[in-house]
Each structure stands twice: as C-alpha cells, then as structure tokens.
Design a protein around this ligand. Sequence first.
Ligand code: FES
Ligand SMILES: [Fe+2]
Length: 444
Amino acid sequence: MGAGPNLEGMAFTKEENEWLTRVGPGTLMGELFRQYWIAIVPTSFLPESGNKPLRVRLLCEDLVLFRAGNGKVGLVGAYCQHRLAPLYFGRIEEDGIRCPYHGWKYATDGRCVEMPNIPAEQQFCDAINHPGYPCVEYGGIIWTYMGPSKELPALPEFEFALVPEDLRRHRLFRSEGNYLQVMEGGIDPTHVMWLHSPYDLADDEVALVHQGPQQVVANKSRKRTPDQTDIVDTPGGFMYGTRRSLNDGTSLWRVNQFMVPFYSMPPGGDLRGARIYVPIDDESCVKWQIAWYPNRETKDKSKETPRLIQKNEEFTEPTNQPFGFIIPKANKANDYLIDWDTHRSRRVGITGVNLQDMCVTEGQGPTPILDRTKENLCSGDQTTGKARRMLLRLAKALREQGATPLGVREAEIYRVRGTSVVVPDNLNWVDSVKERVTVARSAA
Ligand code: FES
Ligand SMILES: [Fe+2]
C-alpha cells in the first residue's frame, strides 16, 4: 500500500450526521442557518401585490409568502393562530393578509392586528404571537432572516447580486434530498468526469449538446482522473482546484468555491455560476443555479449563453406542497424520464447536468437522509469532509460560546468566483487564479 492521503476527521458518527442534517428550530444546523439571510424565491415570482401567495417551507417551518397592496413582502406562519386555517387562502390587503375563515388579520411582519369576528373589547391581538420574518429584495431575490437577533445580518456581496438585472438569470428547483447531500454534489471534484461526461471523452457531439463549455475543455485532456487536487482555505470557506495536465507544460485547473453556510460556485468562464442549497426541511431543499455575466462588455462579446431550461426541467403543474411550484417534470417519481438507449451507448440517459445531479443526490441510500455512517470516503471526498467539519465547528461555536458565525457580519467574503483556466506548470496555481476568483471592490 502506498502512502495514502490524510483522511483524518473523515469518519462521521450517527450523532454528527443528525447534527449536520436536521434543520428545524432548536437543532444545531437550524440555529446556525437562522443566523444568515436565506434566499426564498426570485423577485419575479412575486412581481406585484395581488398575486397569489406562495406556499413555502424554510428550515421546517411552514410559511406563506405574499406581497401586500403597499408593495411590502410578507412572510408569515402558514396557519392562523385562531383555528389554524390555512392563510394561503387568505385575502391579501393593503398592509397584510386576512384569514379566510373568521377574518383575523396579520401584518406583513406577522403581527396579529385585527380579530373582527368578535367585539372590539374582547379582542386580544397583543397576546398572539404569530411567526413573521423580515424580508428584503436584493439581487433579484427575496431573502429572509429567521433568526433571533434584532440586528439583521449583512447582505452577502455576491457578484450576481451586484450586477444589473439583465446580466443574471436564476433557475431553481425543488429537490427531494436533504440539503447537505445535494450541496455535497456541488463541491465534489471527482464526479463531473463520470456522471456528466460522455462515455467516450472524444464524443464531442454529446459534450457540446449536454455539457457546459468549461467541461468540454476538460474533456480535451482525455483524463477522467485529476492529476492533483488542492484545497485552499478562503475567508468564507475554501476553494479547491483540480489539475489535468495538457502535456505541453501547462495544465487545466478547474476551481470551485464553497462558502458558508450553503453556497458553492462551479468553474465559470464569461458566464459565472453560483449554487444555493436552501433547506426546505430535513428531507428536501431548493436548489438554486444562478448564472451571470460580470459586465455588459463580457456579455456582448461572449459566445456563452445561460443554460436554458431543458424540456424535462420545465415545472409540473404546481402542487399544494411547499415549493410545489418548482418541481421539474423529470423527477424522482418518474426516473427523471431516463432514455435507456442513450444510457447504454453514449452518456447517462438523463438529460442535463442538473437532472443528472438530482438522480444521484435524491437517491443516496434507502433513507431520505443519507446515512453517513455507511459511507467509505476516499481522497476524492476531502472537500465534502471539510465542508461538514466547517459547518459543525461554526454551529457548535455559536451554541456553546455564542460566537457569531462567519459571514453573518462579513459581506465581502462572498466576493468570489469559480474559474477554469490553463496555467503553466511552473507557476503557482493559487497566485495565477487569484484575480479571476476575486470580485474586486471596484467591480460591479
Ligand atoms: S381560523 Fe383564522 S380567523 Fe379563525
Ligand atoms: Fe454535478
């Protein structure tokens, strides 16, 4: 046996798996995530008041999202405090939402303000404590803060949030997997050349139709196994680079980012990418894919276009589940509409990188939450192990010492990007990619 890589700290106990994956109120991760702004939906999903409300669930809490007549966004508990009628069917008014059953009214911040089914002197609005969370609209997204602090977190300075509206695109899907396993797919350096690549790396036809431009370049190395993987700490998490030698004194480096608590960025070119993995509850999450150009000149010059919604990714008719309005047509229940002929001959028969990811991350083991005591992690999983340890560390420091988690106050740590770049072998790759993976203060 040769000298193996350092896999210390890579075994996870049943208890740690529980800590990492449970997100409801009072859980370790639930408390951690409640410290941050949480993306709910693009602003375009709730463009104007009077639209129907949206049923959402965040960190195991059922909520109704609506835009009141005065334009303010409200995010309040889904069930009326009187007899628990569903506020989804409530009437949206100038400054709140009124329960359809007996007319109790809630302001956009959740305060109960009227009990019109009983005489004024018998009303007890002040005694009612209804969930309601502040929302902001930022970067084309409605975000909320569900934490206990009076002081709101800093808004993360993501490049996609800072560029003009027409330079970015949001895609999001309800995924039937615990947020952690879905996120782990986003920081996993070794699956790309398997799950998402043609069986024959020279099969350009498959590559061009189904893969992003960065990956087509990777295929040209004709190497599935990276020559080297380095992980480097960053202010907001870590980045990792995988190297494939091009056998001419240069190497292709693909650089991904992980930022706390649940963000990743794949290698981007002109068009950059970010992912957000928002826990709906312990068994499902919203998987965001955001694409943007850093500026208009890049967009005008670029041959790269945002990945279109593939036919199989179009949404089903909305269901009455939370986030039931973003379920892709090809999903777990129908085997992602796999084409077995293609699967036999050319590539994984599920169309598109996104659904390919879903087919594995939604099915890891027989239980809804991946049982991490049953894994056999290898050196290719070091990024996964590192992210888990980082989350546990932050959550414990918060609970045991009241330590404000990384990123809650430091908006600038999110000024990063992924990249894919050829670097001469005699240069240090970290130095070489520094400018590309940093969003300068003057930019955007
Ligand atoms: S259940 Fe909502 S007002 Fe009665
Ligand atoms: Fe993937």
